[in-house]
Write a protein that binds this ligand. Structure first.
Ligand code: ATR
Length: 277
């Protein structure tokens, strides 16, 4: 067993609730693998307490933290410095504390891109159709644009699609009812909505007319294989599941806090998936 010393590096994940988070086991696996004198803990923090807790973590010598629902926008507002990925996303999922200053990153978009690449998919292979217009759609849309892909936002509430289309300059928008008919124009389909998640309604999307080259990605990872991905597979389309994005988005934070750039591999996938397999 690896015991902490008095100079152990500390990080964690701040959420409300946070009990469902897979990040502690993910970072814990890396800490053990690289034999690092450090710990990564779940930090359940109510929204009203968030700013005070972050400042206290800085004072207590934490190296930083991940930030999850519902704190990503509050984290953005709290940072002394935000990097370009966070500025583009308008939200922060990774905090790095150094010399009393709070720096914010958003690694969701880069995690999505890294997961595509790990599946052999070129993010700039062609236009991308993004379903949803929330925070995840914004981070992923910005990252795809930065890779050079043309992006279309398609959302049930068209006003939200239009608003995101304004933020992501150059992005197109598409009516929700057109999402199936338009598939022939795209190389990548990404579900960023909560549809298809366990206990949520399914995403209604008939892929039978999809072009053979369409890659279908889902950011939902509970279940690991959503109905959308199963349908895509049944039509012979390449699929990219959501858990890999979670693993890849964790890499920059771990590297900043603990000084080692960790590997994402099958063992990590199995440990993070746990009961989902
Ligand atoms: P996040 O920031 O995590 O992406 P969010 O802001 O709550 O989460 O966004 C959830 C997305 O799922 C939204 O795009 C939402 O569409 P609306 O903007 O129309 O609400 C989408 N969504 C949720 N339930 C849906 C449903 N039943 N049908 C279609 N889209 C749905």
């Amino acid at each position: 067993m690896r015991l902490l010393t008095g100079s152990a590096r500390l990080a964690g994940v701040i959420g409300w609730p946070v009990a469902h988070s897979r990040s502690p086991r993910l970072h814990g696996t890396w800490l053990a693998r690289y034999n690092i004198d450090g710990a990564y803990v779940p930090l359940p923090v109510a929204p009203a307490d968030f700013p005070a807790v972050v400042r206290a973590l800085v004072q207590a010598g934490f190296a930083g933290a991940n930030v999850t629902i519902p704190h990503k926008e509050a984290a953005f507002a709290l940072c002394d410095v935000v990097d370009p990925s966070a500025a583009r996303a308008g939200a922060v999922n990774t905090l790095v504390f150094k010399d009393g200053k709070i720096t914010g990153l958003n690694t969701d978009g880069a995690g999505f891109i890294a997961n595509l690449r790990a599946h052999g998919v070129n993010p700039a292979a062609g236009p991308a159709l993004i379903l949803g217009a929330g925070g995840a759609a914004r981070a992923i849309g910005a990252a795809l644009q930065d890779e050079g892909a043309s992006v279309t936002i398609c959302n049930r509430t068209s006003e939200r699609a239009a608003a995101l289309g304004q933020v992501l300059s150059g992005a197109k928008t598409l009516e929700w009812a057109q999402r199936e008919a338009a598939l022939a124009d795209y190389a990548l389909l990404v579900n960023t909505t909560s549809l298809g998640m366990t206990k949520q309604p399914p995403l209604e999307m008939d892929l039978s007319t999809a072009p053979k080259h369409l890659v279908v990605a889902d950011i939902v990872y509970v279940p690991l294989q959503t109905a959308l991905l199963m349908q895509a597979q049944s039509h012979g389309l390449q699929i990219v599941g959501g858990l890999g994005m979670l693993l890849h988005q964790a890499v920059p934070g771990f590297a900043a806090w603990f000084g080692v750039t960790p590997e994402v591999d099958d063992e990590l996938f199995r440990i993070a998936a746990g009961d989902l397999l």
